[in-house]
Design a binder for this molecule. Structure first.
Ligand code: TRP
Length: 454
């Protein structure tokens, strides 16, 4: 353990930490997964639930991870071991497992993004048509090759240890996302289907929510954890670099606001385009962002240039998130087995590539991995973390949170009891419903037909 604190890089500035955490949070979760979940769970009804989860569950859960990280000054696995001891050290093992699973399919989707940079440059999806292009590149050898390239990029960045480069990348990425996305959102606003799309996207159908809460709740929980990079210790690692005069609440709030804003903005692009093109958001599934943006770019002047910029920005966002995922696993391997960083990264990157390879057989495999990871594993990780910190180590937690804050009395008990009871209860219910959703998926037509076709 001791060597993990020696020679650690620290964030050059407070902004450096926020940028890195935003770099982890903002990624395919906002740009690919969010519109896909909104489409699958009935539009604005899902958004209401999602926003409630982000504010009432996600933010307090982020504080839980920050506490462990800053208190111990260690990475996710070491931090948990030092903070908790005993059988809790296996929680670190769960984090490593989750990192493996998420990155394995995250990289496949990241590969799609790389493919779309190429498709924009060559005009491929404009010539072929957005729907056919997506079908062609999203599975099979094309997808496998792109998955390999994405993982290779991740391995190269992490093996070289260029975390400072990430700070810079995120500094450019966030403004670039806002600028390019705003441009496309304005274009989407001018489309004939915009009105219908906004009402679908922004005005919740409460009857729908009540009738479908059993699938909306676990989906919102999964999306809340996924998009904020919670439930597997990423935020432990990042907060371990923070100094004690930092106000954790303000930092967390900033991250949550940025991250949520980018998701909402993405939806303002996707849905007007889908409605105008007559595509049902539900059927577009995991392809929503790719189909809609490709459709728009085909109609825009300079569409191909905008496409290269758009997908390059998305790729940077995806890479900075992927790095945070693999970093949990790599730092564990370095601490635990004393292997060198380059070696650890190459071995782990290869293993993750192999685990992700079956995902390229058919897009239904993306759902398989994704539901399991987000709705079950991350929520489980969250439950265990929240229990550990709020029930077993409340004094340390409150002490840690109060640093960097002038007056914390009063709020501390509110936070503590919020996470102890309501947050935990909601997460346990979400986990139960998430397992149910997963079983429904395994026994549903899409998956059984796929198995039969093998
Ligand atoms: N939050 C990232 C995104 O939205 C993905 C991610 C990075 C992640 N690190 C994580 C998800 C840790 C869950 C846990 O794209």
């Amino acid at each position: 353990m001791s060597n993990s604190s020696a020679g650690r890089e620290t964030w050059s500035t407070r902004i450096g930490f926020i940028l890195a955490a935003v770099g982890s949070a903002v990624g395919l979760g906002n740009i690919w997964r969010f519109p896909f979940q909104v489409g699958q769970e009935g539009g604005a009804a899902f958004i209401v639930m999602y926003l409630a989860f982000v504010v009432l569950i996600g933010f307090p859960a982020m504080m839980v991870e920050f506490v462990v990280g800053r208190q111990t000054g260690l990475n996710a696995v070491g931090g948990i071991r030092e903070f908790a001891g005993g059988a809790w050290k296996y929680l670190g093992g769960l984090f490593v497992f989750i990192g493996f699973v998420i990155l394995s399919y995250y990289s496949v989707v990241g590969g799609w993004v790389l493919r779309y940079i190429l498709g924009s440059a060559t005009g491929g999806y404009i010539a072929q048509g957005p729907g056919e292009y997506f079908v062609q590149i999203s599975s099979g050898l094309d997808a496998l090759a792109a998955h390999a390239v994405f993982m290779l990029l991740v391995v190269i960045i992490v093996a070289l240890g260029v975390k400072q480069g990430i700070e810079l990348g995120v500094k450019i990425m966030v403004p670039a996302i806002i600028a390019i996305f705003a441009l496309l959102a304005v274009y989407a606003f001018t489309l004939p289907g915009a009105g219908e799309a906004y009402s679908y996207y922004l005005s919740p159908d409460l009857d729908y929510l009540l009738a479908n809460w059993q699938s909306i709740v676990p989906a919102a929980a999964g999306q809340g954890f996924f998009t904020l990079s919670l439930g597997m210790g990423v935020m432990i690692t990042y907060a371990s670099y923070l100094s004690e005069d930092e106000n954790l609440g303000i930092d967390g709030g900033t991250i949550v606001i940025f991250n949520t804003g980018i998701s909402i903005l993405t939806g303002l692009i996707v849905f007007p385009i889908l409605f105008s093109a007559g595509v049902d958001p539900e059927t577009s599934g995991a392809g929503a962002i790719f189909l809609s943006v490709a459709e728009a770019l085909g109609n825009l002047q300079f569409g191909r240039i905008i496409g290269v910029l758009f997908f390059t920005t998305v790729a940077i966002a995806a890479l900075s998130s992927a790095i945070s995922l693999i970093e949990v696993v790599v730092s564990y391997a370095i601490d635990e087995f004393g292997i060198a960083r380059e070696r650890a990264t190459i071995l782990i990157g290869s293993a993750i590539f192999l685990l992700g390879a079956p995902v390229t057989i058919d897009t239904v495999m993306v759902d398989l991995y994704d539901i399991f990871a987000a709705q079950i594993l991350l929520v489980l990780g969250g439950i265990l973390l929240v229990t550990l910190v709020s029930w077993l180590h409340p004094e340390e937690a409150i002490d840690e949170l109060s640093k960097g804050i002038k007056s914390f009395s009063g709020i501390d008990q509110v936070w503590l009891w919020t996470v102890r009871i309501p947050v935990l209860v909601v997460l346990i219910v979400s986990l139960y419903l998430g397992i149910d959703t997963f079983v429904d998926f395994l026994t549903g037509d899409a998956f059984t037909d796929f198995l039969a076709s093998l």
